[in-house]
Design a protein around this ligand. Structure first.
Ligand code: UDP
Ligand code: MG
Length: 341
């Protein structure tokens, strides 16, 4: 590590001159203690050769295996390293969202912290982005994971995701992706939405390309997901379909049903009144009509409340981000407001 400290002095100078780095690397990590230093070393080599300013943002998603301490040390020794420390395991999407929010780079690269993605692919991703794309998504053409329990379900999920989201990629599950920073920072991520970032960015008008990248088998630590993830992904698809259309205004969606119910109530009431007035039908004989009208009233009001609850959920989703610490050499701050400042 001694040689790295020496080179770091050079990068320190460069960082202080240029506040906004060209490149931000965002890496969510959860119990990856044995991978962090190795990853940082290979990242450092590649990034230094690029000759651009950079920052590497590790987001610790509530690890309990010493990952936090390793990150805090790295952030202390290397000014280009920033460590965001979650108090608990909030999930990969929340970790990525926090990293993206903190990133300042013109270009942001997301990757896993388990050495399965290769930093050597970063220059290729940047070159592709430079051809005029807003997103370049990695494609693990030669994926090094178990065939039956990982590759096959992933291929099926990929097909379904592509057809539902209208974004055609061979490998939506690959974490190694490059983005134009300003565009990426416009979307908000929560739940399990990190799998659908290209689809969310397509809504913002992003031009998306794909690039074959290397993939290595995991050497240290264990995968945080199993087969059950595939089913969660499929369930998420229903959500994304809904979100892509109604993310910004869920109340409108529910209000449509609500108004439909209330409009039907008006029609039925009119019909009832007409029957009473025209046929002299006693009010008591219109039981079914009255029950139907009451039922529709209740349903209509309920839809309106569903809409309000959906709006609350959308807004509070991002609030989970408030529960983390930001650790850099100079500062340890807590809370979202400080973080955003
Ligand atoms: N990860 C995370 N929070 C979680 C689960 C995973 O930050 O709750 C990180 C993990 O440390 C790794 C990346 O997300 O850096 C991808 O996870 P993993 O390698 O387990 O997924 P796989 O490659 O098996 O699909
Ligand atoms: Mg992995």
């Amino acid at each position: 590590m001694e040689f790295l400290k020496k080179i770091s002095a050079r990068s320190r100078e460069r960082d202080s001159k240029d506040e906004q780095p060209y490149l931000s690397i965002v890496i969510p990590v959860y119990n990856e203690a044995d991978n962090i230093e190795l990853l940082w070393q290979s990242l450092y080599k590649v990034l230094n050769q690029l000759g651009k300013t950079f920052e590497v943002i590790f987001v610790d998603d509530g690890s309990t295996d010493g990952t936090r301490e390793t990150l805090a040390n790295l952030a202390h020794d290397y000014p280009a390293v920033k460590a965001i420390l979650f108090r608990a395991n909030f999930g990969q999407s929340a970790a990525m969202a926090a990293g993206f929010k903190k990133s300042a780079g013109q270009v942001v690269i997301a990757m896993d912290g388990d050495l399965q993605n290769d930093p050597a692919d970063i220059p290729k991703l940047l070159a592709r982005l430079g051809e005029g794309y807003d997103v370049v998504s990695g494609w693990r053409k030669n994926r090094q994971d178990n065939y039956l329990i990982r590759k096959v379900p992933s291929k099926i999920a990929n097909r379904i995701i592509c057809s539902v989201t209208d974004v055609t990629l061979h490998d939506t599950g690959c974490s190694l992706k490059a983005f134009r920073g300003d565009l990426l920072r416009r979307i908000s991520l929560y739940g399990e939405l990190h799998r659908f970032i290209p689809a969310l960015l397509r809504r913002e008008g992003a031009r998306i390309a794909e690039l074959p990248v290397s993939h290595h088998a995991r050497k240290f630590g264990t995968s945080k997901y199993n087969l059950s993830r595939t089913f969660r992904v499929i369930m998420d698809l229903i959500t994304i379909r809904f979100l892509l259309r109604h993310l910004s205004a869920p109340l409108n969606f529910f209000a449509t049903f609500s108004f439909f119910c209330l409009f039907t109530v008006l029609l039925l009431s009119g019909f009832g009144l007409f029957a009473i007035w025209h046929d002299r039908t006693p009010f008591s004989e219109l039981n079914i009509l009255v029950i139907l009208i009451l039922l529709l009233c209740v349903t209509g009001i309920q839809f309106l409340f569903y809409g309000l609850v959906a709006k609350l959920i959308v807004q509070s989703g991002s609030r989970r981000l408030s529960d983390f610490q930001l650790f850099t050499k100079q500062t340890v701050v807590t809370g979202y407001d400080n973080f955003a400042a």
